[in-house]
Design a protein around this ligand. Structure first.
Ligand code: GLN
Length: 246
């Protein structure tokens, strides 16, 4: 089996170790004999995104989001085609925000989003930001997972019809909502950096499985050979214990 990935704006959107997501995705594929090719995409690069099994877009500060938004919007039709053809999409923080209606940045500038989804993001009042470690409970197509990460965002994302999970510790989409991220079966978007995939091998495997499904429709999550996740589980247990004792 093989997996073709496009890492969008790798040179611009890479906050708090987001590139670790691609390293771990690669490692967990290679450990199982799954061939993986990770292409990168920068502003103005010519590329048909619909040919990929997985698109990945990391987080970025307002400045970076503004730098790439025109290029991203110019690819809207192509991203829609990718979605129609069952490409799976993983989005972190700043990338997550840009798939919604709009993002109002810290300096009160409105950045129009791709508008694929109903959610929108506005910056918190008085420049307040959601910062710190976060733990959530989520249900990925029936697989119940406790995920951990780190968040640092001013944006408050509201009107999320299908959140990724319920917040156990931290903030998530907004200060008040106790909801985190977005998941609709094909697009998994989250505020969790840290990075997400190394800290949560269950999510990595879920993403690999969903992306492989594009060209292998009969595959199940159980078809992925188990790997030794002892260290990752210990790290997660430790973090959850620390968060609960606060
Ligand atoms: N610039 C956005 C915000 O502050 C996204 C930040 C990020 O990707 N961590 O809300």
């Amino acid at each position: 089996m093989e997996l073709n990935v496009c890492w969008m704006y790798h040179d611009i959107m890479d906050l708090y170790g987001d590139k670790g997501n691609m390293m771990v995705l690669k490692k967990r594929c290679l450990d199982r004999g799954i061939q993986i090719k990770i292409d990168t995409l920068s502003i103005k690069d010519e590329c048909d995104l619909s040919t990929y099994d997985l698109l990945f877009l990391g987080g970025g500060a307002d400045k970076e989001q503004k730098m790439l938004i025109d290029d991203l919007l110019s690819r809207k039709e192509n991203i829609a085609k990718a979605m129609n053809e069952n490409t799976f999409i993983l989005l972190i923080c700043g990338g997550y925000q840009l798939f919604g209606q709009y993002y109002i940045s810290a300096d009160n500038e409105k950045i129009e989003g791709l508008k694929f989804f109903d959610y929108y993001t506005e910056t918190g009042s008085n420049g307040t930001r959601c910062i710190g470690n976060i733990a959530i409970e989520c249900d990925l197509d029936g697989n119940k997972i406790t995920a951990v990460g780190f968040e640092n965002h001013g944006g408050q994302t509201r009107n999320v019809k299908t959140p990724l999970g319920h917040v156990l510790h931290g903030y998530g989409n907004s200060f008040e909502g106790k909801q985190e991220g977005f998941y609709n079966g094909q697009v998994l978007a989250t505020y969790m950096h840290g990075p997400l995939l190394p800290k949560n091998p269950e999510i990595t495997d879920f993403v690999i499985y969903k992306a492989l499904k594009k060209r292998n429709p009969d595959i199940t999550l159980q078809d992925l050979a188990p790997l030794d996740d002892t260290l990752e589980h210990q790290a997660k247990e430790y973090m959850l214990k620390r968060l609960s004792s606060k």
